[in-house]
Design a protein around this ligand. Structure first.
Ligand code: NPW
Ligand code: ADP
Ligand code: MG
Length: 277
């Protein structure tokens, strides 16, 4: 198992090219935010914006549009049950996140099926939260390989069939190999399994054990992939950055609130980009 380092993150997060525009830094689409879970989609979108994504669109329940506009005016909003708008947004995106606050009802399943049918091999699909639970219960798997799964241990149990007590690194790696793409098994020391390598994140602690931390990670992942490529290094750098920002907050704060982690992202990324090559 390779251990992720600060140097690896600093190799990924580089100064922005001067000749650039918002389209250079990735078009991210986040699908989630059912009526009872609007915060999850707003946190994911906020993390994507603050981690540098060029353009962020959120497909969420109409009841959350005003909240999204108020909390995050940088993001665009569409309604997750509007098939035509979702279809246009799916076509335009470089990176798609599905799951933060999606829920598991019929509307959630419909937009998940629509997404799995629409994504193409040039796009990256990050599957989180309720979308993992639905993929497990409905036996759904995306057809192309640019997939990043982000289960917590119970979601991983549902997806892999491995009981939490049996989730050893070796068992996790074997189960991840059965799935397309990369699997991030979130836990105290998060493990990342790409098709060719395994990594462990050595940092982060219980300051992250609060609702919305995983939703925040999805936005960081999407922004990093949109800006820096969809490589294993980029995925590892995103996981590391999430935990490193929380660990820095935990030096003076008892809990690293997702909103505090999000606010600290641009500063931490500047620090990474300031490192010599
Ligand atoms: N502000 C918002 O809008 C928020 C919305 N959210 C959205 O809610 C949706 C449902 O997601 P979910 O994660 O809350 O529920 P679910 O998938 O049932 O898992 C929980 C069950 O698994 C168990 N468990 C065991 N090990 C575990 C572990 N390591 N990590 C975590 N859980 C572990 C756990 O056991 P227990 O806590 O009882 O010990 C419990 O029985 C999803 O769409 C998500 O995005 C949230 O992000 C919060 C903020
Ligand atoms: N004790 C802990 N030590 C380190 N990281 C933790 C700890 N508890 C939670 N985390 C991290 O917080 C995130 C929680 O994700 P998740 O359970 O999906 O949250 P949510 O769905 O509420 O947003 C993961 O990145 C996980 O690794
Ligand atoms: Mg989650």
């Amino acid at each position: 198992m390779n251990t992720i380092t600060f140097d690896l993150a600093a190799k990924v997060v580089r100064p922005r090219p001067a000749i650039s525009h918002k389209g250079t830094f990735g078009r991210v689409l986040i699908i989630g935010g059912a009526p009872q879970y609007g915060g999850a989609a707003i946190l994911s979108a906020s993390a994507a914006v603050y981690a540098g994504a060029g353009l962020v669109t959120v497909a969420l329940a109409a009841t959350h549009h005003a909240a999204l506009r108020t909390r995050l005016p940088e993001a665009m909003a569409i309604t997750w049950t509007d098939d035509d708008d979702v279809s246009d947004a799916l076509r335009a995106a470089d990176v798609i996140v599905i799951g933060p606050g999606l829920g598991v009802d019929a509307a959630a399943l419909a937009v998940l099926r629509q997404t799995l049918a629409a994504v193409n091999a040039q796009q990256t699909l990050i599957i989180d939260g309720s979308a993992i639970t639905l993929c497990a219960s409905q036996h759904l798997t995306p057809a192309h390989a640019n997939v990043v799964w982000t289960p917590h241990q119970m979601e991983w149990q549902r997806l892999s069939g491995l009981a939490i007590a049996d989730q050893t690194p070796a068992a996790n790696q074997a189960a991840a190999a059965e799935l397309p793409g990369t699997v991030i098994v979130k836990q105290h020391r998060t493990e990342i399994f790409t098709p060719t390598a395994a990594f462990v994140n050595p940092i982060g602690g219980p300051e992250l054990a609060t609702g919305g931390s995983g939703d925040t990670l999805t936005g960081i992942l999407a922004a990093f992939i949109g800006q820096f490529s969809a490589s294993a290094e980029t995925i590892c750098a995103a996981v590391y950055t999430h935990s490193a920002v929380a660990a820095a907050i935990a030096k003076t704060q008892y809990v690293a609130l997702p909103t505090a982690v999000i606010a600290a992202l641009p500063g931490y990324m500047r620090q990474l980009a300031n490192q010599p090559n």
